[in-house]
Write a protein that binds this ligand. Structure first.
Ligand code: AMP
Length: 493
């Protein structure tokens, strides 16, 4: 008979400082991949994890790894801390995100995490490698460059994580990944994560893993089915007015509005406030006390609307969010599922409405592909006359002159960087997806990029102030009459 899965973090065998950090993030119970993987990983087993971003896979490997790091290295070791954990991941966004997770979950421990990726200066990364660390999160190209220059030594490596293996292969990194694997000691714990298992990925897993535990979890897209979703085509200039119009529905009692940028979040909250709808914005530029106050007011029902960026909303634990509004569509399709998941939890249904301006129609296509459904369109709103038309299948969004200029600037910068890399002795590497490749989830979209010089991550100080504990989606009982204030829906196409 199969053992029941642990339902509480307390049942997973995690030590108190880690369990506390998880509680402070507002996580109430482990996700399926965490419940299945963590006990085996704590025992030192290799793992083949079939899971995509959004399933909680980062914590599934970060928590047991952090626990392992609590055991100190043998005292005989002198000099800088040796690299004990290496996490290889395809993009700089993912690398930063993983390093952030190690900081968050390890905030009550003294673990030093460094992230390195291409496209930024090498000098700070060399210094960080000289200074030593416990955990290195890296993209393959830059890692090999630094190894080639003699800055990377891995004889004391204990754990190797290959993240998003299928994506790594899609991006043409297979040879680089193999070269990295050749740098690793034989004896180590290996974890392999991939959303799909094409034969090439399987071959790589077979080469890397010894007697692995295999854990496969449902893709994140399935959670979208529980939420009642609607889509409003609307001109960019009409979005705020449409939001106000929707908020005339008194059933929208606790509304979480997602904005792609901090500035945008402020503008939306101010606009609502000016028009008599209690609202506050939360994002990275707000002080911790301002964020805490906004959350407390929202929880207590003193304000109806909280406008948040993705990163600020990460883990927000507010029960009874009646509606999620995507004021801007997220650039990463998985983020759409996270966002709308704030209004529905296990069994309960929720309600989400997404605004789509002309430039966002390709993002919409990517989202609909992920969730494998067309979102029903809200019909008859007052700004329909100026709303963009849906894209036909295969049709592309024409770029605005500004976007074309930006694209040309990006292209020039990339070419210059590639030249610099070549001149710097290494090969020009592709640590970044090309324009035509899918970008990865970067929940900090719209937030400033990590300062390239600040890639070194000092061990956090226990007790240092952290952002307000964030949270989990709460049960969101459907308000009576929810579903768009009696507006009609139509199917497109
Ligand atoms: P990942 O699949 O690792 O990218 O995680 C997706 C999101 O889920 C992240 O925003 C995490 O903060 C969040 N998350 C991870 N584990 C849990 C959990 N047990 N409960 C609630 N949220 C979680």
């Amino acid at each position: 008979m199969k053992e029941p899965l642990p339902e509480r973090f307390d049942d997973l065998g995690l030590i108190e400082p880690i369990a506390r950090a998880v509680r402070e993030e507002g996580y109430e119970r482990p996700t399926p991949i965490q419940a299945r993987a963590i006990p085996h990983l704590l025992q030192g087993r290799d793992l083949l994890g079939l899971a995509q971003t959004g399933t909680g896979k980062t914590a599934a490997f970060a928590l047991p790894i952090l626990q392992r790091l609590v055991t100190p290295t043998p005292p005989a070791l002198r000099g800088p801390r040796p690299i004990r954990v290496l996490i290889l991941t395809p993009t700089r966004e993912l690398a930063s995100q993983i390093a952030d997770s190690f900081d968050t979950y390890g905030k009550h421990l003294h673990v030093r995490t460094v992230v390195i990726f291409g496209g930024v200066g090498m000098e700070p990364q060399k210094q960080a490698l000289r200074a030593g660390m416990d955990v290195l999160v890296a993209t393959p190209g830059r890692l090999l460059d630094l190894a080639g220059q003699g800055f990377l030594h891995l004889p004391h490596l204990e754990v190797f994580v290959l993240d998003e293996a299928d994506r790594m292969l899609d991006m043409g990194f297979i040879h680089d990944v193999r070269r990295v694997i050749r740098l690793l000691p034989d004896k180590k714990q290996s974890l392999f994560f991939s959303a799909t298992m094409p034969p090439e990925a399987q071959a790589l897993a077979d080469q890397l893993l010894k007697d692995p535990v295999r854990v496969a979890v449902a893709p994140v897209s399935s959670t979208a089915e529980k939420v009642d979703q609607e889509l409003a085509y609307v001109d960019k200039a009409d979005k705020r007015a449409l939001l106000l119009e929707l908020l005339r529905d008194v059933g929208m009692r606790k509304v979480l509005v997602f904005s792609r940028t901090k500035h945008g979040a402020n503008k939306v909250a101010d606009h609502l406030d000016e028009h008599g709808v209690g609202a506050a914005a939360i994002h990275g530029n707000k002080s911790q006390s301002a964020r805490e106050r906004a959350l407390a007011d929202f929880k207590a029902g003193k304000i109806r609307v909280l406008v948040a960026t993705d990163i600020a909303a990460r883990g927000i634990d507010i029960d009874e969010i009646t509606h999620v509004v995507n004021f801007d569509l997220p650039e990463v399709p998985e983020q759409y599922v996270h966002r709308i998941g704030r209004t529905a939890r296990a069994g309960a249904s929720g309600y989400a409405v997404s605004f789509c301006e002309a430039d966002e129609r390709e993002l919409l296509q990517a989202i609909e592909k992920l969730i494998r459904m067309q979102i029903p369109v809200l019909e008859g709103h007052p700004f329909e006359d100026r709303a963009p038309q849906p894209l036909r299948p295969g049709e592309r969004v024409a770029m605005s002159p500004q976007a074309q200029m930006q694209a040309r600037r990006d292209e020039r910068r990339r070419a210059e960087q590639a030249n610099r890399d070549r001149r710097g002795g290494g090969h020009a590497r592709r640590d970044e997806p090309r324009r035509d490749e899918p970008r990865h989830a970067d929940p900090r979209h719209g937030e400033p990029r990590r300062d390239p010089a600040a890639v070194t991550r000092p061990a956090p100080v226990a007790g240092a102030p952290r952002p307000a504990p964030a949270a989990r989606p709460g049960d969101a009982p459907r308000p009576d009459g929810a579903g768009g204030a009696g507006r009609r829906r139509r199917r497109r196409r």
